[in-house]
Design a protein around this ligand. Structure first.
Ligand code: NAP
Length: 341
């Protein structure tokens, strides 16, 4: 059945990717409304060979809309999602605003599709690094049980939106030419550098007490802990993340160290990963070739490889995972949820 679709943030990185995935997967669309801020109102965006005029988002934007894909930031979803639900639409929200709301299912279709049925008008798309980790972790969790996970992420500029991508491009060129560069969104030199994540950090002071992260963590790291618990439906699962921003334009990588409950082996882990949905084992060990960000750009599956035993601890293994976070980490996951609806 064809649906009336609206995209909030249609001009942004995630919004643009949603459009290309809707087209690619031939999502049945009756009507399409492209919404953004006043800045972009009046611009035209081509979809399936037809030009659509971007409209300014207002509380009256949702009449007759069946599904709203919201990707303009948490404060925008907070303000406008209730109006969309009131108008009868179902909102699939890409922002962090509703993710931990107990009335809002947090869905990775390969992990907990059954939870989507419990929605009361809003379904949340998890954080991109959490989605990418969950795709290999969940089948292993089901097969062997997980004692503890330690994960380090290597996150690209596009995770911080289109302005961060532009800034990385421009700064790389400027520094390469020996010029200085004035940054606006990324707080530190980004080209030829990396740094613990640029998400808000809880230093334990009263000023940071409202942050959604315990002392010593940044919000991005705590999302990986709290959201994994909610998606897996396991409040006990132990996850220790370190999130790092690296000077890449697209795709996030993750080095994941997992201690299992049941005894297992490298061979058994590969066997589980080979059959898991949304995942591709991609490697050529003889040539020391493992998944790289450039391998996954524009691709749907999360790539995994380099399964090896951690010789420092019993029944513990390392895996290397790379995923296009604009796609599976955001836009594709949201469109898959829309397809489920
Ligand atoms: N990038 C990722 O990898 C990723 C992954 C998962 C989740 N997310 C989440 O998805 C959301 C969007 O991220 P993004 O990377 O696509 O950001 P972005 O490239 O900066 O795009 C932001 C979008 O929001 C629109 N917008 C901004 N202020 C608005 C307002 N007041 N009213 C209506 N629209 C407004 C912008 O429209 P204008 O053109 O008018 O400025 C633009 O379309 C964020 O919440 C982000 O955390 C991003």
């Amino acid at each position: 059945m064809s649906r009336n679709i609206a995209i909030i943030g249609a001009t942004g990185v995630v919004g643009q990717e949603i459009l290309s995935i809707l087209e690619e997967r031939q999502f049945p669309i009756k009507s399409l409304k492209l919404l953004a801020s006043k800045r972009s109102a009046g611009k035209t965006i081509s979809f399936k060979g037809k030009d659509y005029v971007v409209e300014e988002l207002t509380h009256d934007s949702f009449e007759g809309v069946d599904i709203v894909l919201s990707c303009a930031g948490g404060s925008i979803s907070k303000e406008y999602a209730p109006s969309a639900v009131k108008a009868g639409a179902i909102v699939i929200d890409n922002t962090s605003h509703f993710r931990m709301d107990p009335n809002v299912p947090l869905i990775v279709p390969e992990v907990n599709p059954q939870d989507a049925k419990k929605h009361k008008g809003i379904i949340a798309n998890p954080n991109c690094t959490t989605i990418i980790m969950s795709i290999p972790l969940f089948p292993l969790y089901k097969a062997f049980g997980v004692e503890r996970v330690s994960v380090c992420t290597y996150q690209a500029a596009s995770g911080a939106g289109s302005v961060a991508m532009e800034e990385l491009r421009d700064e790389s060129v400027a520094l390469g030419q020996g010029k200085t560069f004035e940054r606006t969104v990324i707080p530190y030199q980004y080209a030829y550098n990396l740094f613990p994540h640029n998400a808000p950090y809880n230093d334990g002071t009263e000023a940071k007490a409202e942050l959604n992260a315990p002392k010593g963590y940044c919000e991005e790291e705590w999302k990986m802990v709290a959201e994994t618990r909610k998606i897996f439906g396991d409040a006990e699962i132990r996850v220790a993340p370190t999130c790092v921003r690296v000077p890449l334009l697209r795709a996030h990588s993750e080095a994941i160290n997992i201690q299992f409950k049941k005894k297992t082996s490298v061979e058994e882990i590969y066997a589980v990963l080979a059959k898991a949905p949304g995942l591709l084992v991609f490697e050529d060990p003889a040539n020391n070739r493992w998944p790289m960000p450039i391998d996954v750009n524009g691709k749907d599956p999360v790539f995994v490889g380099r399964v090896r035993e951690d010789l420092s601890q019993e029944n513990t293994f390392d895996i290397w995972v790379v995923g296009d976070q604009i796609r599976k980490g955001a836009a594709l996951n949201a469109v898959q949820i829309a397809e489920m609806l």
